[in-house]
Write a protein that binds this ligand. Structure first.
Ligand code: ATR
Length: 503
């Protein structure tokens, strides 16, 4: 039953893996049927798959002999040991025998053999069956200093060299992107694992990697991106030498929704570009990577919005006055910084300001995010008071922008006295969903309550305001508006109206 069903759903093209760069679905289900289902669900996104024998339940393992006959894309056979991040606890000889037994009927395209396996029985069996051998190294601690020579020696032992390592900083990421300069003609698979490696999984073609592994929704390995996102969101397999690289730099950064804003925009206007999340240890090191990848622009998020200023050769008036930058574009010989946060913030309340409904505002928080907000409100002649847990920080901003300040404890003193209340801290955002910094503030119902947190849409702060009957403004809208303006800075085109960003 499963056989017929899958044959119907999978493409009938047979692909020679060496001919193109591929998206590989890692099959991690406990049964053969689960894996066939996963493959059917991902049939439009992947060109090759890897069956993880070590993740099958024991009674399903013998059925794996027939697995390749159920599908018509190439299959990699892998029986990963615990020491390499897998679940196989068998004795080494028994493990190799199981690989050989599973391969015996033929049909598998590749078998993965770890670099330290000295016996050549699996390789010999593979070659006699017309299969290719992937020689692999896994390093869960870091990126080995001798990575180039290791890839080289791996390639001399197998048909394809595979190295899965764990970068911990931008310097490690740069090492991975350099592999292809040194070892251009070596057939290889390069994977940066963990959160740091996400950009390498998306930009795998830049590393000269034969394939990238994608998951069926949930990550099988840390930092793994779904096959669907690799194919549809990032178009990872379509990137070429002319593809412009953009991204968002931050720490943390993986929660950022900006890839979901920019990538569909690029695709809609047929702009050959990709937008990738980059975790960074410092903005300085990130800029080295950005130069290396010849990036055309990037968004800046926490905690680099102020740090980035000293590396910019050109800034707009807004950046200068606000003191923070969230958008950087490449101009000849330098980086230019702009700020779209202030516009993103003000756009959703523009109408109320024009109608004279907002004459005074209370800003909760005095961090980087508050700066653009205070400046934007000041520009509209709105009377601003900053309240912050640490009073000195509120005072600092108040002096900078010529507004009033107070400590957060005094927030109730402003009840009924302000038209707009802005929650400008990260309280409300995961993992602080239960925190409302304005807990002691009683809304009268006449205020406009605005939260810069966009996920969840309804924070505790907004729920309290809604209960009192206030008009609500969402961080979501702010995010979208700043993103659209950013898109214009990146591409020179308006953000396509047809795209519905209510994901
Ligand atoms: P960002 O640059 O993203 O705004 P930040 O500089 O760390 O981040 O600022 C976070 C803001 O959230 C600050 O105003 C901070 O108050 P302190 O200046 O007292 O640190 C505020 N904040 C953080 N945790 C808070 C909490 N539990 N209650 C109230 N405010 C909090």
């Amino acid at each position: 039953m499963a056989v017929v069903w899958l044959k119907v759903f999978l493409s009938t093209n047979t692909i020679t893996p060496e001919e193109c760069v591929l998206i590989c679905l890692t099959l991690s289900g406990p049964t053969i049927l689960d894996n066939l289902k996963a493959l059917a669900e991902n049939k439009d996104y992947v060109d090759i798959c890897e069956l993880r024998l070590d993740l099958l339940s024991p009674e399903e393992v013998p059925k794996a002999v027939d697995f390749p006959s159920f599908v018509n894309i190439p299959v990699i056979l892998t029986l990963r040991r615990v020491s390499d991040g897998g679940k196989c606890t068998m004795q080494e000889k028994a493990r190799r025998n199981l690989l050989i037994e599973t391969m015996q009927k033929g049909g598998y395209a590749y078998v993965d053999v770890e670099d330290d396996v000295k016996k050549s029985d699996v390789e010999e069996a593979a070659h006699s069956l017309g299969m290719k051998v992937i020689r692999s190294i896994h390093d869960f601690q870091g990126v080995p200093a001798d990575i180039f020579s290791r890839v080289h020696s791996l390639a001399s032992r197998g048909d394809v060299a595979k190295i899965a390592v764990t970068p911990h900083n931008i310097a490690d990421i740069m090492t991975l992107f350099r592999i292809n300069d040194e070892l251009k003609n070596v057939p290889k698979i390069i994977i940066g694992m963990g959160e740091w490696g996400v950009c390498t999984r998306i930009l795998y073609k830049k590393m000269g990697s034969m394939l990238t592994f994608g998951s069926n929704g949930k990550a099988v390995a840390p930092g793994m991106v779904s096959a669907r996102d690799l194919k549809l969101l990032y178009r990872a397999d379509k990137l070429n030498d002319n593809t412009g690289i953009y991204g968002v730099v931050g720490n943390p950064v993986m929660h950022s929704l900006s890839p979901q804003i920019h990538n569909p925009g690029f695709q809609r206007i047929h702009y050959n570009a990709v937008y990738v999340p980059f975790l960074a240890d410092s903005i300085r090191s990130f800029l080295s990577l950005a130069e290396m990848l010849r990036m055309r622009g990037f968004s800046v998020t926490v905690p680099f919005k102020v740090d980035v200023l000293k590396y910019l050769g050109n800034i707009t008036r807004e950046v200068k006055l606000i003191g923070s930058c969230n958008t950087v574009v490449r101009v000849p010989n330098m980086w230019k910084g702009t700020n779209t946060d202030y516009y993103g913030f003000i756009h959703p309340i523009e109408k109320e300001i024009d109608e004279g409904r907002i004459k005074s505002a209370l800003i909760i928080g005095a961090g980087g995010a508050a700066k653009a907000i205070i400046w934007a409100l000041k520009m509209r002649n709105i009377k601003v008071t900053i309240v912050n847990r640490t009073k000195s920080k509120a005072d600092e901003l108040a002096t900078l922008y010529g507004v009033a300040s107070d400590k957060l404890e005094n927030i109730s003193l402003y009840e009924g006295k302000v038209d707009l209340v802005v929650q400008a801290t990260k309280m409300g955002l995961h993992p602080y969903e239960d925190v409302n910094p304005a807990e002691n503030f009683k809304f009268t119902g006449k205020e406009i309550a605005y939260d810069i947190v966009y996920k969840p849409k309804y924070t505790k702060f907004l729920l309290a305001a809604e209960k009192a009957g206030c008009t609500l403004k969402f961080g979501w809208d702010m995010l979208m508006e700043q993103g659209k303006l950013q898109f214009e800075s990146f591409t020179g085109y308006h953000y396509p109206k047809e795209i519905n960003l209510d994901f």
